[in-house]
Design a protein around this ligand. Sequence first.
Ligand code: HMG
Length: 386
Amino acid sequence: MKIGIDQMAFATTPYYIELSDLAAARGVDPNKFKIGIGQDRQAVVPPTQDMVTLGAAAAKKLPKNALRQVTTLITATESGIDNSKASGIYIKRLLKLNDYIRVVETKEACYSATAALQFARGLVALNPEETVLVIASDIARYGLKTPGEVTQGAGAVAMLVTKNPHVLAIESVSASYTKDIMDFWRPLFAAEAHVDGKYSNQVYVDFFLKTYQRYIQITGRTLADFAAIAFHLPYTKMGKKGLDGLLNNDQSPVAQRLRNNLTAEQQFSRQVGNLYTGSLYLGLISLLQNGDVQPRERIGLFSYGSGAEGEFYSGILQPGYQEYIDSHLQEELQNRQQVTIDQYEHLFNQQLGMSSADVEFDVSSDPSEYVLAGQKNAQRNYQIQD
Ligand code: HMG
């Protein structure tokens, strides 16, 4: 039985900054951000948005009749809003899903959406009637005027995992690698990530090469068996560092196709930044919409989560996949509202973060359907807007 991703959708915040503006404000050459980091724009998060509202917005874009079939909801996040309660329970209410479902949250930095997908595959294998909704939702936050600032971002990807999937049938073989490493972490007291940036880049490439080689050893496959390799994209240049580590100076048609498809994968991420758990899967949507890939071809996927864990796995693209992935993304990204660096800094400082104070937010300026209206007695107040 084929099992895998049946449908995919993406949502981000209504606002963005141009990274050339950020470069000017920080006194940096704009080419460092555009070429050196590989980012053009960054999603800006108002206090009325968090990983719950973003996750609900992504899932709401899936067809209503598909959402009605959901039997399990797994949220994958590293910017969760509670150490106990699963964020998916709020999302389940906002989406008006059936009460007779199970809801749980997974965590291991950016990797946990891949863990959630693999667990979902297992559930469907045990019971082919299961429809699992996996929502990868995060706000990537490093702090104003930090080296990580240019690699911030926010958004969510929602995926349905079923038998006979319409988008990607996930293959059983995969290679995982885990080591206790301090490249990036966020202690319980911190609203911003702690990061050893240069070290994290090295560990990422090392884990990619280790998991790719192991996958190749197990399967006996070669580069020519892949139409594309999709990478976790904390910033788009990171995917290039990974692929360069594998291809070196290989100028063969196979290598050139992988390079061109990486450019297609990077297209949407360039405009929003890091989504942490969702980054690889926004990359996959971007690849499927903008790349040179055909039904029945194999796509490799490299998932990385700091701390650190990597997994290389693969899937076979399904005929007609185009109809089951979010189709108006370029237009939606174009329609976001640009804000100035002053406005971005103001919104950044207004976010709830670790605050336990009672607060009410003005939701009238946020055009999103799902909003965080404030907090009272340490309980978040989520609302649905018309
Ligand atoms: P930095 O120190 O500001 O930048 O930090 P840099 O000096 O290393 O420069 C970056 C690149 O720009 C370099 O290219 C420069 O040469 C180039 P590279 O050597 O990397 O190829 N450059 C220019 N290019 C063109 N024109 C110019 C110019 N000037 C310089 N004028 C860093 C960069 C990414 C380290 C920082 O932003 C950071 O710490 N970010 C956060 C950490 C991160 O994203 N790590 C990625 C791997 S870990 C991961 O993926 C997991 C993660 O998603 C979290 C999770 O799992 O939960 C982060």
